[in-house]
Design a protein around this ligand. Structure first.
Ligand code: CIR
Length: 250
């Protein structure tokens, strides 16, 4: 967690003061929750000069067979990938998105062998095409998905159970996701679609009680967490981690 978080990139939100100490405490509770859910948490070295470095999700796409290190769409975030690559090299063969491609992991929604990638201000056609070419040999399909109104595709849709997507239908068309079942966020909580599935538990911001009630009505097991300061930086619960099985395939 960089002490310079308040200098983060912002696209859809106005800049408001961020309490760095509170943000740090929230991030520590997030790490503790992931540990309690069975994850071995590895924290990357602190990067005080990189305000958005806490949002590690954007710097890689980790699959069983390999990890693709991204080239983030925001120039200010490109230096973040070095520490991610160094840490992931212990777990996976690495591949890299190259210029002129850009890709943010927050735009990549994986369900099984299908990756849907939001076409955004951060992820461009070249980045998506490079991802497709890198993953085709492993049998993955990559589909470009238009969306609007939010920063990343996973601000608008995430997987909350096998074959169940949590969606803000004002930001992305649910019919784009094949035959998957979907649950809409409560309209009063447009940012409520970003949820992190860890095993069979969904980590969800505590600021979205109406959407939480909808999830619980579907039988989804939820752990809530206060991420108010990270939300001011246009982040939420998926963006602060890369969750994967430790052993690579094969
Ligand atoms: C940014 O604009 O890049 C950061 N302030 C927020 C990134 C959040 N990332 C994510 O949701 N995957």
């Amino acid at each position: 967690m960089s002490p310079s978080l308040a200098g983060c990139e912002l696209t859809h939100l106005p800049r408001v003061p961020i309490d760095a100490e509170r943000a740090r405490a929230q991030h520590e509770r997030y790490e503790s929750l992931l540990s309690a859910l069975g994850c071995a948490v590895v924290r990357l070295p602190s990067a005080p000069a990189l305000p958005d470095a806490v949002f590690v999700e954007d710097t890689a796409v980790v699959l069983p067979e390999l990890a693709v290190v991204t080239r983030p769409g925001a120039a200010s975030r490109r230096a973040e990938t070095a520490s991610t690559a160094a840490a992931l090299a212990a777990h996976r063969p690495l591949a890299f998105i190259e210029e002129p491609g850009t890709l943010d992991g927050g735009d990549v929604l994986r369900t099984g062998k299908t990756l849907r990638v939001g076409v955004s201000g951060r992820s461009n056609a070249s980045g998506i095409e490079q991802l497709r070419a890198l993953l085709a040999p492993f049998g993955y399909t990559v589909e470009a998905i238009p969306f609007s109104g939010c920063l990343h595709l996973k601000s608008a849709v995430t997987e909350v159970a096998p074959d169940l997507l949590l969606v803000n239908p004002s930001w992305v068309d649910p019919s784009r996701f094949g035959g998957a079942r979907f649950l809409a966020v409560d309209p009063a909580e447009p940012h409520g679609a970003n949820a992190l599935l860890v095993g069979e538990t969904v980590v969800h911001p505590e600021s979205f009680p109406r959407t939480r009630a909808r999830l619980e009505a579907c039988g989804v097991r939820i752990e809530t967490i206060d991420v108010s300061e990270l939300q001011k930086a246009e982040g939420a619960v998926t963006c602060c981690s890369l969750v994967f099985e430790a052993a690579a395939a094969g």
